[in-house]
Design a protein around this ligand. Structure first.
Ligand code: ADP
Ligand code: MG
Length: 226
């Protein structure tokens, strides 16, 4: 379970100060699918970045199964992230000089999984995701939807406990976006992955267990869906 207590993030100083998060408190159960909605600039990306340890909150507490995450060193946060978390970004963030296969291998390399097993796993997930014939293509040789599927394969290949996704269908046409959502859902059912997705996409929000609405750095609405 993830527990967040009174999380604040303040960027800048003096007159230029921006309160991007203003006291976010929240609990996320294992295996839960949470959608986060909110207007542009409301703090959604900041919240994901703070929860995943990419950015440090100015104040507040974050616990993963009781582990005091917010006060870990950067190195320990990085290790924790590599082991337990996966990321899907709006702009895919694939490494352009690496092939689809090599991009997906990265998280396994970081975890020092031996090459044979890593290759096997990367290949299997890319096949599952419908890219069996494109393993050795570079991102520039793939469509937007294909790139996003590679990014999803990379986020999931090490079976993380938590996947953070920041507008994963934001730059895709609706049909391709639908495919991306399906893949995320399938993986979630198979591995009981906790899924936290920032989105404007109604189709994603409809399928979540819980929808949180954030406005001006605060959660202003919370709906549980059956
Ligand atoms: P969202 O993802 O909901 O669009 P963000 O979390 O990106 O919103 O941004 C929340 C607020 O914090 C915005 O006002 C934004 O301009 C500000 N902000 C985000 N990142 C930074 C930064 N690195 N430095 C200063 N201000 C930032
Ligand atoms: Mg954002």
């Amino acid at each position: 379970m993830i527990e967040v207590k009174d999380l604040w993030k303040i960027y800048g100083t003096g007159a230029k100060q921006v309160e991007a998060l203003r006291g976010v408190t929240l609990k996320i159960e294992d295996g839960e699918f949470i959608a986060i909605l909110g207007p542009s600039g409301s703090g959604k990306t900041t919240l994901l970045n703070c929860l995943s340890g990419i950015d440090s909150p100015s104040r507040g507490e974050i616990f993963f199964d009781g582990l005091v995450f917010h006060s870990l060193s950067e190195e320990k946060k990085t290790q924790f992230r590599a082991r337990y978390m996966g990321f899907v970004f709006q702009f895919f963030n694939l490494i352009p000089v690496l092939t689809a296969m090599e991009n997906v291998l990265l998280p396994l390399k970081i975890l020092r999984i031996n090459h044979g097993e890593a290759t096997e796993r990367a290949k299997r997930i890319l096949e599952r995701i419908g890219l069996a014939d494109k393993l050795h293509r570079f991102p520039s040789e793939l469509s937007g939807g294909e790139q996003q599927r590679v990014a999803i394969a990379r986020a999931l290949v090490h079976n993380p406990k938590i996947v953070w996704a920041d507008e994963p269908t934001g730059n895709l046409d609706s049909e391709t976006g639908e495919g991306v959502i399906k893949v995320l859902e399938e993986m979630r059912f198979e591995h009981r992955t906790t899924l936290v997705v920032v989105t404007h996409d109604e189709r994603i929000a409809k399928r979540a267990d819980r929808v949180l609405t954030i406005r001006d750095g605060k959660i202003v609405k919370e709906e549980r869906q059956s």
